[in-house]
Ligand binder design. Sequence first.
Ligand SMILES: Cc1cc2nc3c(=O)[nH]c(=O)nc-3n(C[C@H](O)[C@H](O)[C@H](O)COP(=O)(O)OP(=O)(O)OC[C@H]3O[C@@H](n4cnc5c(N)ncnc54)[C@H](O)[C@@H]3O)c2cc1C
Length: 407
Amino acid sequence: MNRLKVMIIGSGVAGSILARRLSRLPALEVHCLEKVLPDDHSEAGTGLNVGPNAIKALQLTDPELAAQVLQASLPWDSWRLSLADGQVLFDLPLSQVADNPGIRIRWSELYRVLRQGAGEVIRYGAHVSSIAPSPTSPGKTCVSWTQEGVEHSLDGIDLLIGADGRYSQTRATFSGAPEPVHVGVAIIRTLVEDTSNGLIDDYAQWFNGPHRLLAFRVPPGHIYIAATFPVEKGAEIPDAWRTAEVMRQTYTPATGQPSPEMQWLLDAMCDHLSDSHWARMQESPVLFAEPLLPVMYIGDSAHGMAPTLGQGATQAIEDACVAATLVERAVAAGNLDVRSWLTELSDAREERIRFVMQLSLDATDTMLAGADPVAGARWKTEAPFLEKLSRLFRDVRFASDAQREAS
Ligand SMILES: Cc1cc2nc3c(=O)[nH]c(=O)nc-3n(C[C@H](O)[C@H](O)[C@H](O)COP(=O)(O)OP(=O)(O)OC[C@H]3O[C@@H](n4cnc5c(N)ncnc54)[C@H](O)[C@@H]3O)c2cc1C
């Protein structure tokens, strides 16, 4: 049998799931290149809250893998929002807006489980030197890389998948690097040992004006903390912010009395400022497929979004589940027309992703300059927002399923 050559660049969240699923299809010859070594977690030092929607999608697509992910995580059951002095503004059980809990997990653990699930198809320590249209087969692509000092090349690739994250080399090669759209919020993230004696557990946020701390516990005994503060859109994060003194001033309420949770988080944050991850919230334009060449993008390479609702890795999982399902169905039906797969993926995902990006942006209102957390919390307890959250967390059906049911 003439097998289709599939090359996946990157085995992060989306690439690992897709590598696992597609490598099981006899009609496909699947290759997956990952630049880091299996135990290199330097790019995954923090925690993640992964939405109920991703867990639902994974359970529908790959129950075995979903069970392994659940085993390495804690459930995300609620969302509490308070002021810095401890006054609770809302406390939402996710069961009100979701069919199942989300999860809290160490990022490195998520990678470990997903990469193990893909097995030997992933080639680690692969440094891609060139991604290009095929010099020999028009309409196909060619990838060259070096691994352990040896140069390799794969030509005549029928489907190239850019799962190489936010700074995707694949997307930059064919479409140019996407222009980031800044939100006007800086975010500092860190993972610390849990010495809080139970003060911090499920997903919660504390606001002092527009300045927010978010935290939750992840196994095996760590607390993930993310602090945000407004910055001018596109401007660099001022160096002056990177001191414990400024952090304390910023997050301590006017009463001078932070809640015990806030005090613990502030102390922990200040002790870890130098090894924290600093970034500016940004979005990037959506693109799931190249129009002329057989190139697919999934996860962050297809769309960057504001991290406010924890939908980055979550949508990478949804993307991978949808892409895997539609390729599996097409192959089972004898359809090896890669262009039709790309069209189906874009049709299935674009509207959903734009909805998720907009909702994430809307929910960032409390973190913008001059924001009032009390007003920002209020509208999040009202029906229109809760309906959108319910759509976000529940509506993971593939577009084609919805269409089939409707017709
Ligand atoms: C500090 C931080 C905290 C976050 N918290 C959350 C959260 O709580 N919830 C949430 O849902 N999302 C969160 N996100 C976002 C989330 O991590 C990403 O959206 C998610 O990892 C995207 O998955 P992906 O598969 O597209 O890309 P990635 O997971 O980034 O994977 C890309 C992979 O490609 C590899 N790679 C890159 N370039 C190449 C190349 N040229 N050749 C070979 N391999 C390559 C990388 O090494 C990596 O393994 C967070 C992000 C950050 C930075």
